[in-house]
Write a protein that binds this ligand. Structure first.
Ligand code: 2HA
Ligand code: ZN
Length: 270
């Protein structure tokens, strides 16, 4: 059996959390990530018959039964993941009953997965139904995007349009736009269900006055998605209080989308 600390999925999780911390998106214990693993991959590092302990998950995730995830731990700081993966991360498998997670590795100090596990697992279910290659759900608190929440209408269409107008490539990176939820209590099944509902249509879901969820096929792509949204929000915040002399028009947006052959949300164009 190979040493799991040398696994690509652990290294990627360490690199990504460190990167996000340094960008200021994950203060203290802010943010959480779940990565759907390939069973064959995991079997190179762990005995899949050896369950360390069982953790109740508090909702029903039967469509994910048998699936294995690498998940950041509750109360853990992104800043510390790379230095101590075994305490800050866990590898869990959803049991056949859909209501229990089997810990295969990690959470070594007795911990458990993120308090946002419902939003993660429900989002995986929603995205896997749309795209079987979806493997990552990522949550964080990007500074400019959060600031924008305080000065911009929290509406899918209006919010998406403002972001699309800030960087030429936005409509290419998130042609399906962004879904926006009002402020809700985090860490609950309710916000998980609301997030997953938006995830049927969007790969980016803004949690009003809190942060953002992104979903994608791998860590790089999902990180890049949030990075692009955050860059657009930064331009928005740097210009929102100034007279706007120039803008990317709806006609320009359609030209870009057609050139890059992306299937954008037509109802978000005037
Ligand atoms: O896990 O970001 O939304 C800390 C959070 C909760
Ligand atoms: Zn959060």
């Amino acid at each position: 059996m190979k040493d799991i600390l040398t696994a690509k999925f652990i290294k990627e999780m360490c690199d990504t959390t460190a990167n996000m911390y340094r960008l200021g998106w994950d203060e203290r214990n802010g943010g959480n990530i779940s990565l759907l693993l390939d069973e064959k991959d995991v079997a190179e590092y762990l005995d899949l018959n050896k369950v360390i302990r069982e953790i109740p998950i508090g909702f029903e995730a039967k469509p994910l039964a048998g699936k294995i995830f690498l998940v950041t731990g509750t109360g853990k700081y992104f800043k510390n993941v790379a230095g101590d993966p075994e305490n800050n991360l866990g590898v869990v498998r959803i049991k056949a009953d859909g209501e229990t997670a089997e810990l295969l590795w990690g959470y070594a100090d007795g911990g458990r997965f993120t308090s946002e596990f419902p939003a993660h697992m429900m989002s995986h279910m929603a995205r896997l139904a749309v795209d079987p290659n979806n493997r990552v759900v990522m949550h964080c608190h990007p500074t400019n995007l959060l600031a924008m929440n305080f000065v911009h209408e929290l509406d899918d269409r209006a919010f998406t349009r403002s972001l699309w107008q800030m960087c030429t490539e936005c409509i290419v990176v998130f042609p399906d736009g962004v879904g926006v939820l009002p402020w809700m209590l985090c860490g609950t099944n309710e916000i998980g269900e609301a997030t997953a509902k938006k995830m049927n249509d969007y790969r980016v879901v803004v949690w009003g006055l809190h942060g953002v969820y992104g979903a994608g096929k791998d860590m790089d792509e999902t990180f890049g998605l949030i990075e692009t949204v955050e860059k657009a929000a930064e331009i928005y915040m740097k210009t929102a209080h100034l007279p706007r002399l120039n803008t990317i028009t709806d006609e320009d947006l359609v030209t870009i989308a057609n050139h890059f052959k992306v299937n954008y949300r037509k109802d978000f164009i005037d």
